[in-house]
Design a protein around this ligand. Structure first.
Ligand code: BYC
Length: 472
């Protein structure tokens, strides 16, 4: 890799040109990243021109430049949001002290673990989505998939930057390990559960970008409150990119719902499988699955880790700065779920260890907003059905509800009842086989697979029939 001018090759606003040590670390890491990208990134499209957005600076003109680029040539930049002059720590025991510009020694291990956990999700999602290109429903969707993939790659760079710049040798080792774990691998899996699940088809992918990327939004927003200023600024910039990923999920599922409703109306039937679309009941089962595995990503209802992250000033609440309380939370409580026998109730718990649950509550409210919009589409077609979020205890593997089986309506079930009915609530093998059978690639300009409606508009003011990926 000699001869590459890294400060030029890697657009950045972290004064890379002045930091020889960091440059050297990145020079060593870059070829390994590229190897990983070629091995585990989008399969079969690395030599194609894709109409992508690249951030070349953080200002309004520079952060969203669109052009054709081959993915391995994408410029994975290092960007921090602009510093806030005089920023102080906004919560926890160090509240009011100047934000840390370097790693506070006593929190080094904890902070590294948080950054590694965040960083690990980014390559994991690229791995999960690597085969989807071959079955894309349109060039528009293919381009959005690749946009997300390169940006998750950039988010990995963002975390590797923090590890390399602030954590010395340990950080460099962690940067390497981020390229060695593999989604779903038995021996070296990714850290968090949802990132070891398969994303085998485009419906799963759209659900993932709606539900799982939204966990990303909430976790990044909490880390953006961090007293460790480089992490805060990195996450603030990442959130600008995250918005597009969520847009892809929300509009994507909206377009599936739209197409389903059109065919329900035309055929006067709920059974749109006959017309090659995805019926609402199947959509509901996919929602149930992706929502529940994403709820697990917030950790346990009661977590001393979460209390410590907050008290230490490392990870805040969602929109911490807008909250009007003491930002220490030592004397307050928060309402969390409780199981009494087979009844789900709630109880007041100390606020600090309940912070995971509070963030999960913010997330749930946000998830519901999309459901409301999809239900509007159904209503517009004068169809008397609704999609809904299952109860938070449904199909959970982490926390209080991992111990029990809960129906979508919140009833606690016996193992036998769960076994007899789970096929009504979670995608079955037959559902998966049916959805897979729909995954036939559509790659002609302006054409869309039958199971998804075209988008309302194209990308960056381009028409829907623009050649978003040049396959020839
Ligand atoms: N799977 O005290 P607890 C994104 C572990 S997504 C496996 O309840 P804590 C993206 C936990 O690590 C956002 N293990 O939880 C989206 C702990 O282990 P240790 C990713 C789990 O620590 C789409 C133990 O169980 N960012 O960006 O309070 C595409 C006890 O846990 C899980 C972050 O997550 C699980 N689901 O909270 C691309 C932010 N849940 O430490 C990208 C950073 C818990 O005892 N991470 N465990 O060995 C965190 O803030 C926290 O680590 C968590 C867990 C919220 C994840």
């Amino acid at each position: 890799m000699a001869g590459i001018d890294y400060s030029e090759r890697i657009p950045n606003n972290v004064s890379l040109a002045d930091n020889r040590r960091l440059q050297r670390a990145l020079e060593e890491w870059h070829p390994k990243f590229l190897d990983w990208w070629m091995q585990m990134g989008p399969d079969g499209f690395q030599a194609k021109d894709v109409y992508l957005r690249t951030a070349v600076s953080v200002d309004a003109q520079g952060w969203a430049q669109f052009d054709y680029v081959k993915m391995p040539d994408y410029r994975w930049g290092l960007f921090l949001a602009e510093p806030e002059p005089g920023r102080t720590i906004g919560f926890g025991d160090h509240m009011g002290a100047p934000a840390w510009q370097d790693v506070p020694g006593e929190y080094r291990g904890v902070l590294r673990r948080l950054i590694v956990t965040q960083g690990d999700t980014e390559p994991a999602s690229v791995e999960q989505q690597r085969h989807l290109g071959r079955t894309c429903p349109s060039l528009y969707d293919l381009r959005n998939l690749f946009q997300i993939n390169v940006e998750e790659g950039r988010h990995l760079w963002a975390m590797v930057y923090l590890l390399d710049a602030y954590f010395g040798r340990d950080g460099r080792e962690e940067s390497e390990a981020l390229l060695q774990r593999r989604s779903g691998d038995r021996d070296k899996p990714r850290i968090l559960g949802a990132f070891n699940e398969k994303t085998p088809d485009w419906l799963s992918y759209l659900m993932f970008t709606y539900f799982t990327d939204r966990d990303g939004k909430y976790q990044l927003a909490s880390l953006a409150e961090s007293g460790f200023d480089p992490l805060s600024r990195t996450c603030r910039f990442m959130l600008t990119e995250e918005a597009h990923h969520l847009f892809v999920g929300e509009t994507g599922i909206g377009r599936v719902v739209q197409r389903t409703c059109e065919l329900m109306r035309e055929g006067k039937t709920d059974d749109v499988r006959r017309s090659g679309a995805i019926d609402l009941a199947t959509l509901q089962r996919y929602i149930n699955f992706h929502y529940s595995v994403s709820l697990d990503l917030f950790g346990s209802e009661i977590s001393t880790n979460a209390a410590n992250f907050y008290t230490m000033g490392l990870k805040g609440r969602f929109e911490e700065g807008k909250k009007r309380d003491d930002h220490r939370l030592k004397d307050t409580t928060y309402s969390i779920s409780e199981l009494i026998g087979d009844r789900v109730t709630s109880r007041e718990a100390p606020a600090l260890p309940s912070l995971n649950e509070r963030l999960r509550d913010d997330y749930i409210a946000d998830c519901q907003r999309g459901l409301d919009r999809w239900n509007q589409i159904i209503k517009k077609h004068e169809i008397d059905q609704e999609l809904s979020l299952p109860h938070r205890g449904f199909h959970r593997a982490i926390g209080l509800f991992a111990e029990v089986k809960v129906a979508p309506d919140g009833r606690v079930l016996s193992e036998a009842e769960w076994g007899a009915r789970k096929h009504e609530w979670l995608p079955t093998e037959a559902d998966q086989a049916y959805v897979e059978s729909l995954m036939q690639p559509v790659t002609e300009v302006a054409r869309f697979a039958n199971w998804i409606a075209p988008p309302a508009r194209g990308v960056n003011g381009r028409p829907v029939d623009f050649e978003y990926v040049r396959l020839a």
